[in-house]
Design a protein around this ligand. Sequence first.
Ligand SMILES: [Zn+2]
Length: 167
Amino acid sequence: MTLQEIVRQLDRFERGLTIYAANPWQPSTNALVARPGDDGRAPEEAVAAGCAYFLEVFMALAVLRDLHGLRGREPSEMEKCARLIEYAEWLRSDATDYPFIKWNFPVTMMIYCNGCGRHFDIVVTSKDSADHRCPACGKVHAFGLEAFIRKAMEQGKRMLRKTHGCR
Ligand SMILES: [Zn+2]
């Protein structure tokens, strides 16, 4: 698969999966979508294909959702690839501001319930934290979009450091 082919069908992938891509990053780059190992490392199939961590599927969706709002029309596949590469490169830089995501509310997100171990969808209407009740077990979760995204980005940066460390 190529990065462009993954972008084309991005919303069909499970949100918990991760995109792995070969260097250099281009729309035609060899890439695949897989589940990371328990320790956050790239799975064997990615390593065997010469691919390394690129971006989580749910983060790619968030970055592209924003792009749609900026353009006021459906962006082309090339524009989507360019945006994801731009974001993935930013993630590997030392910058700590988050210039890429401006939300158009409401946003549907999927969160994990540590009460019953299931994921469930929530509708987020603002950047502020709000309570969401798990439909399966009733546990209430406070969810703040900004904090959630920041954590995901920091996790991405941490994972990169770990990847670099074992090379
Ligand atoms: Zn639950």
